[in-house]
Design a protein around this ligand. Structure first.
Ligand SMILES: *[C@@H]1O[C@H](CO)[C@@H](O)[C@H](O)[C@H]1NC(C)=O
Ligand SMILES: *[C@@H]1O[C@H](CO)[C@@H](O)[C@H](O)[C@H]1NC(C)=O
Ligand SMILES: *[C@@H]1O[C@H](CO)[C@@H](O)[C@H](O)[C@H]1NC(C)=O
Ligand SMILES: *[C@@H]1O[C@H](CO)[C@@H](O)[C@H](O)[C@H]1NC(C)=O
Length: 445
């Protein structure tokens, strides 16, 4: 496939997608930088709104992610909640999507130039896959059932297909960019405006020019008939990807959990030993969990559960809340969190850093989306005394970490001196001793 003609088309493709090459979600240098869409200043992402005009609604969207969408001709509909919908996502490196699939519908082969995707099935069954870059172009594919989780590494061509002829399917996906971008291969190659020369495409795909002309004449590509041509195309698509955790320097670097070598993250398993199961977990994210003393249970699917997440800067969690349960104040030292409510109602909030310590809070209903910026203390509370609540959250790190404030401060081993804490919290030493004597239960697994 590495013929001169494919190198030529590669140049064309790279020209088509050159705007991606600069892409990398900037690291936050302050608590948040809410996108100021009216600013005339052009930066990577958006300029920041003056923080004194920022409120909780900048981190919120009544996105109705619980509600079915009408699907298009290929039988899917992607509802992406990115920085255009939630300006608070600017600089935070994450977004979320609901994907609806009609019976036999597909989300046709495409790439996200700036993001890894982690997906969980809410309804139905999906056959999914991604293809590695040159020279191997290996297809990693898998059938996913309700509650399963799968990872599509950054920049690789991937697809999802609903094999059921009678039932629709639904997935929630999170992407490791505020603006992941999408390039539907068939549309970009055969539907570009102006069209790519049919000479070039005929040579690249090693078919008659007439076949290319026919493909280019289609109103919207992505029909199954073009599917086999993609195998040839895959040889041409190979660009460097950039992400928020350590930037991937290859298609994937599946964690080798048995390597004695210590690095930031994990060393890579030999790619010849990698298969689709390294990107998969039968996580049962559709299934309720028992909650703990504070009334919650966080089921985190990170690099420890899916070794394929190594270097890809994303993870996913299901959070169960008992009636009146809470996910107590905590931070994720390495991740922004984006959350959508699947069941019930949540009162949520985060607090900015010194000196302001402003609380941004909001009541969320089913289908709503909210963002907790990286490193800030935040919580969720289920105000309903009778009904449980459930959320799916995605975090912009393979290993976001969690610091439950009460546990870290009053439950450290060995304990922090009660003198120091009494002064810090301006209470009697006896109060600190009482707090330190409590059992601070962990709700993160
Ligand atoms: C902190 O509060 C001051 C006074 O209200 C305001 O001018 C400033 O923008 C705030 N800073 C941040 C980072 O929110
Ligand atoms: C996708 O869903 C949205 C929201 O329901 C709808 O406005 C849009 O028309 C749908 N797209 C297609 C192609 O049906
Ligand atoms: C490509 O395939 C060769 C031969 O099977 C294998 O040795 C190599 O590890 C593969 N490379 C990647 C990046 O998958
Ligand atoms: C949280 O859920 C997991 C999976 O159901 C369970 O193993 C664990 O015991 C639960 N934690 C608590 C505190 O109930």
């Amino acid at each position: 496939m590495a013929s001169p003609s494919s190198i030529c088309l590669l140049a064309v493709l790279l020209a088509l997608v050159s705007w991606q090459a600069i892409a990398s979600d900037p690291s936050p240098l302050q608590d948040f930088c809410v996108a100021d869409k009216h600013s005339p200043v052009l930066v990577n992402g958006f300029a920041c709104l003056d923080p004194k005009y920022v409120n909780a609604d900048h981190f919120f969207k009544a996105a109705m992610l619980d509600t079915p969408r009408k699907t298009n001709k290929v039988g899917s509909n992607v509802t992406l909640i990115n920085v255009m919908q939630i300006p608070g996502l600017n600089t935070l490196g994450i977004s979320i999507a609901r994907i609806d699939y009609a019976p036999l519908g597909e989300n046709p082969p495409h790439t996200h130039p700036r993001a890894t995707e982690i997906l969980t099935v809410l309804e139905g069954t999906l056959y999914v896959g991604f293809v590695t870059s040159n020279p191997n172009n290996t297809l990693f594919s898998k059938v996913l059932n309700k509650g399963d989780v799968f990872v599509f590494p950054e920049g690789l061509i991937h697809f999802q297909f609903n094999p059921n002829p009678h039932q629709p399917a639904v997935a929630l996906a999170a992407l490791s960019s505020q603006n992941p971008g999408a390039i539907t291969i068939a549309n970009a190659v055969f539907g570009s405006k102006p069209p790519i020369s049919d000479d070039i495409l005929a040579k690249a795909f090693q078919v008659e020019k007439g076949t290319i002309d026919w493909l280019q004449a289609q109103e919207k590509m992505a029909s199954q008939s073009s599917f086999f041509l993609l195998v040839a195309l895959l040889a041409l698509v190979s660009w460097k990807a950039i992400a928020s955790d350590p930037s991937p320097l290859q298609d994937f670097c599946v964690a080798d959990e048995h390597s004695p070598v210590l690095v930031n993250g994990f060393t890579c398993l030999n790619p010849k030993d990698v298969n689709a199961d390294h990107f998969f977990k039968a996580a049962m994210l559709d299934t309720p969990r028992k909650t703990n003393k504070v009334g919650s249970n966080v089921t985190l699917i990170n690099v420890m559960q899916i070794p394929g997440l190594n270097t890809l800067g994303i993870s996913m969690a299901r959070i169960d809340y008992a009636p009146l349960g809470q996910n107590p104040p905590h931070t994720h030292p390495r991740a922004t969190e984006i959350l959508t409510v699947l069941e019930g109602t949540l009162y949520v909030g985060f607090v900015t850093s010194n000196p302001n310590n402003t609380l941004f809070s909001k009541e969320l209903n089913k289908g709503d989306v909210f963002v907790f910026p990286e490193g800030l203390i935040h919580f969720q509370f289920n105000p309903n005394p009778h009904q449980p609540a459930v959320a799916i959250a995605a975090l912009s790190s393979q290993n976001p970490g969690a610091i439950t404030i009460a546990n870290a401060v009053f439950g450290s081993k060995p304990p922090i001196s009660d003198k120091i804490l009494a002064k810090a919290f301006q209470v009697e030493k006896g109060t600190i001793d009482w707090l330190q004597a409590q059992f601070w239960e962990n709700n993160h697994y």
